[in-house]
Design a protein around this ligand. Structure first.
Ligand SMILES: Cc1cc2nc3c(=O)[nH]c(=O)nc-3n(C[C@H](O)[C@H](O)[C@H](O)COP(=O)(O)O)c2cc1C
Length: 438
């Protein structure tokens, strides 16, 4: 459903917080949103931007995806996996809410773009999805944070050798882009996924929840019809310093020379709602991590009987995973570790546990490690692997893939061991109403 329909639902369910005090886009709004994290918050009054409202926190709990995609919470991961495997091409409509207001005289200072932290390089758009066309593979959709440079230009963080970067390498001149802000959770989730390059992420979004598109006005790209704001423009063959910026790991990402995007046209809905996503916050973390769970699950399932996979918040929702297997043989733990890295290339540490361990409870995972793991046999170390650019402890050389060490912890009961030795004893159930408790 659209962002607005979701906000109506969240108001109905009592989840939505509305903020009536005017707030400033420089630091204040980010600080208030952070203090209220975990709930969708609608800021009804923005200092210096009387025509705008800002929403934050719409992806800060898995429950909000379940509401927005209209699927029960336990079915969320299978629904994601299904949309990934069977995308549905989205329909094109003639006219759309996202083009209710058309602004040719572009001035990016008219948008309520946040300055999140004093250490950041400046005002950043962090919730936007960028749509491009690859001459070989077709449409691509990806997040790219945008540092506002002046009235018409941003510096965009475009990670090397992924969809947008690869599409840029195949054209001589500028690459047309459509930047969408204030899109549905289906679109946000689809943009976070990294399917094979020929998969259209907007078709994945449409399989998650119907997502009609409309053609842009200055180029041949198409955008979600119910987006709040669309910036049509071009990625130039010029670069500018981008960063520092507090990223997913809540540490400062470095300054790099990054491509400039020039905006030609702005369209938006009447009474527009800007989506502010807090870098390093819950929305950022859930959007990054959750789409990797079905891909890890699928890979592990090819080599062992996988019963669950979770990307854990303590690992910045990106670098750590716990995988649950129903062990069928002595090598299953090791195989599951290797497969998990195939399912998520940036994964650094992975714990494999048995089905009696709740993978959503860090204390239970630690218990399995404490009682079932021996480092000389069950620790698998991989040296000098391709790793995440977000991990400050990795090795980062400009223009090259980051490198890291990886480790897998097989915390399953050793094959052939006396199983009873490893199982938790269980106290019997009691009906406390039969007892006088003071
Ligand atoms: C909230 C959020 C912010 C992100 N910011 C960036 C970014 O600034 N630059 C980037 O290249 N990728 C960013 N990503 C990751 C891309 O969206 C991700 O790499 C994408 O799934 C890769 O898809 P592709 O290979 O199809 O382009 C971000 C992801 C999320 C969820």
């Amino acid at each position: 459903m659209s962002l607005r329909t979701f906000l109506d639902q969240a108001a109905g369910s009592g989840d939505l917080v509305t903020m009536e005090t005017p707030v400033d886009t420089t630091f204040e709004l980010a600080n208030v949103a952070h203090a209220l994290e975990g709930r969708p918050i609608l800021f009804n009054h923005i200092k210096n931007y009387p025509d705008w409202r800002i929403v934050s926190g719409i992806c800060s709990d898995r429950r909000y995806f379940s509401m927005a995609l209209d699927v029960p919470l336990p079915d969320l991961l299978p629904h994601l996996a299904q949309a990934n495997e069977q995308p549905i091409p989205p329909p094109l409509v003639e006219s759309a809410p996202c083009q209710e207001v058309i602004i040719e005289d572009v001035n990016l200072y008219d948008l309520p773009i946040l300055f999140h932290l004093p250490e950041d390089a400046g005002h950043y758009v962090a919730s936007n999805v960028v749509i491009t066309e690859d001459v070989d593979y077709g449409r691509n959709m990806c997040f790219h944070r945008l540092l506002r440079l002046d009235e018409r230009r941003f510096a965009a963080r475009i990670i090397e050798r992924r969809g947008t970067y690869n599409a840029m390498q195949k054209v001589d001149g500028d690459l047309p882009v459509a930047i969408c802000i204030g899109v549905s959770q289906a679109v946000l989730l689809a943009a976070s996924m990294g399917p094979p390059p020929d998969v259209d992420e907007l078709a994945v979004a449409n399989a998650l929840f119907p997502t009609p598109l409309v053609k842009c006005l200055t180029n041949d790209l198409a955008v979600p019809a119910d987006a709040e704001i669309v910036l049509e423009g071009r990625i130039l063959r010029q670069t500018h310093a981008e960063g520092p910026f507090m990223d997913l790991t809540e540490t400062m990402d470095i300054v790099r020379q990054q491509p400039i995007i020039e905006i030609d046209l702005i369209t938006h809905r009447r009474d527009p709602i800007y989506h502010a996503l807090l870098p390093g916050g819950l929305e950022h973390k859930i959007l990054m991590g959750m789409p990797k769970e079905p891909t890890i699950f699928n890979e592990v399932n090819k080599v062992a009987r996988c019963t669950g996979a979770v990307i854990t918040p303590g690992g910045a929702s990106w670098l750590h995973a716990v995988v649950q297997i129903e062990k069928q043989g002595p090598e299953d733990g090791r195989r599951a570790i290797e497969a998990a890295y195939k399912g998520h290339g940036s994964l650094k540490h992975v714990w494999v546990v048995d089905t009696d361990v709740d993978i959503y409870d860090p204390a239970q995972v630690e218990w399995a490690m404490a009682t079932r793991f021996q480092a000389d046999k069950d620790l698998i170390i991989f040296e000098n692997q391709p790793g995440s650019s977000l991990d400050p402890s990795g090795q980062h050389v400009p223009g090259q893939k980051s490198r890291t060490a990886k480790a897998g912890f097989d915390c399953t009961i050793p094959w052939g061991a006396d199983k009873a030795k490893f199982l938790r004893g269980e106290y019997g159930a009691v009906d406390l109403s039969q007892y006088e408790v003071v």
